[in-house]
Design a protein around this ligand. Structure first.
Ligand SMILES: NC(=O)c1ccc[n+]([C@@H]2O[C@H](COP(=O)([O-])OP(=O)(O)OC[C@H]3O[C@@H](n4cnc5c(N)ncnc54)[C@H](OP(=O)(O)O)[C@@H]3O)[C@@H](O)[C@H]2O)c1
Length: 418
């Protein structure tokens, strides 16, 4: 049997899982693995002759058919892949940041050299999403995506919800348990989810989406009081990656916390589980959920991609045509100020006669209808906590209305899903 010969760059969490899983397949042979530190103690036993600290030994090796990139970050990963493609290698990668920031360039290069890039693991870890969208869902016009794409933030929000704990307390615990990094910025500020939705929206809408145009807001300002209020109004708070496109190719792609109705599937996706809800024609709504990260779930996707190439390799000059990505047209980005949303607003106001009427008037003057307004008694310091939930209104007008609430403290503004 002609074995597919692969080189792996990176033997960390994902690389180790891939190495262990690939042992079960005799149609793939690992030729070399590049790491940064040859002396590091690892969870896998790899023959030392197989290891190198020079990835160019892999990308320039004529015997290697496929380069599997599992180091992350834009550089030097981009340069390694560029050389590999120019040397005729197919690519498998789990690198969401690289795809979000330089996907267009790397896909165009792959087309030019007639190579395929597969990246199932980069979007939702173990959840199959790219291959389904590009193959069995190809007959659909997908126009809306709602997704939970980051396990760390979903874990933190679930714990805040179930235990009534503060963001800071849960983050600390998540860091101790290894669910959050020492520097959690990439997760809690929404970068990770924004990388993923950039590529997923590009694939699903078949239009170029630029990462710079994706609006992003993290979870660091969510208060335990917001969790409690959301529950009382019939919602959960989740970090949602959302994308929609209209008939004129205006694409609204963003990541931010959202109140989502307890009646939806996504409201019940808890802890580190991820989920993607796609809406399209003719399928309607479809939800895929599962483990969005971790050694073995991510390895499942990487190995699936490697085996897809192995099954086709050598059979034709142009393998896996449905998995190719070079979108010629761009979507028009929609600015967040121009979007229409419902909002949850928590306000602490002076306990003055007519304060509710005043809030109502300020909103009415900006064409904002209120769906609920509720005062939670009066505090000892003679202030009142008021919760407002609006109907759909323009973000720009909502911001102007909030500016006019000068006598009040606005504790939180969180968008509410339809
Ligand atoms: N972890 C997950 O659950 C998960 C899920 C989905 C996608 N991903 C993506 O998968 C990729 C890998 O993530 P990971 O969690 O496995 O990372 P990781 O545990 O930090 O491992 C990174 C590996 O890359 C090696 N490396 C880093 N820079 C290198 C360089 N310049 N040359 C050679 N080797 C280098 C490191 O070598 P040393 O071991 O010698 O330090 C390490 O083995 C990233 O793109 C990540 O976003 C991860």
């Amino acid at each position: 049997m002609n074995k597919l010969k692969i080189g792996i760059i990176g033997l960390g969490t994902v690389g180790s899982g891939v190495y262990k899983t690939l042992k079960n397949f005799d149609n793939v042979e690992i030729i070399k693995i590049a790491v940064k530190n040859l002396n590091k103690k690892r969870s896998v036993e790899v023959p030392s002759s197989m290891l190198t600290d020079n990835p160019y030994e892999i990308v320039n090796d004529p015997s290697i058919d496929v380069v599997v990139e599992l180091i992350g970050g834009v550089e030097p990963a981009y340069s390694y892949l560029e050389t590999a493609i120019k040397n005729g290698k197919h690519i498998v990668t789990a690198n969401k940041e690289l795809l979000a920031k330089r996907g267009e360039e790397i896909f165009n290069l792959a087309e030019k050299y007639n190579r395929v890039i597969l990246y199932e693991a980069a979007i939702a870890g173990g959840i199959p999403i790219i291959m389904p969208v590009k193959t069995i869902l190809a007959g659909n016009k997908i126009n809306k995506i709602h997704a939970i794409l980051n396990g760390t933030t979903n874990y933190i929000l679930t714990k805040m919800d179930t235990e009534g704990a503060s963001y800071e307390a849960v983050l600390k615990e998540a860091q101790e348990l290894g669910y959050a990094e020492t520097d959690p910025t990439g997760d809690v500020e929404g970068f990770d989810a924004a990388y993923k939705i950039t590529t997923l929206a590009t694939i699903a809408f078949k239009k170029k989406i630029k990462f710079e145009n994706v609006y992003r807001e993290g979870i660091t300002k969510i208060r335990k009081e917001d969790m409690k209020e959301a529950n009382e109004f019939g919602y959960k708070i989740k970090l949602i990656a959302t994308a929609s496109i209209d008939e004129n190719d205006n694409a609204d792609v963003r990541v931010h916390p959202m109140l989502i109705s307890k009646d939806t599937t996504l409201a019940h996706i808890d802890y580190v589980t991820n989920a993607v809800e796609l809406n399209g024609f003719p399928i309607g709504k479809v939800v895929l959920s599962g483990p969005g990260a971790g050694e073995f779930p991510t390895a499942s996707s990487v190995v699936g991609d490697i085996l897809a190439i192995a099954a086709e390799f050598g059979k034709s000059d142009y393998i896996l045509p449905m998995m190719r990505c070079n979108h010629s047209t761009k979507a028009n980005p929609v600015k967040i100020e121009d979007t229409y949303n419902k909002y949850y607003i928590s306000i602490t106001a002076p306990n003055a006669i007519g304060i509710i009427a005043k809030i109502g008037t300020i909103c009415a003057n900006k064409n904002i209808s209120l769906s609920s307004i509720l005062q939670r008694g009066v505090s000892k310091d003679n202030t009142a906590d008021i919760i407002v939930i609006t109907e759909k209104c323009q973000e720009k007008l909502l911001r102007e209305a909030v500016e006019e609430l000068k006598d009040c403290t606005v504790n939180s503004i969180i968008r509410v899903a339809d």
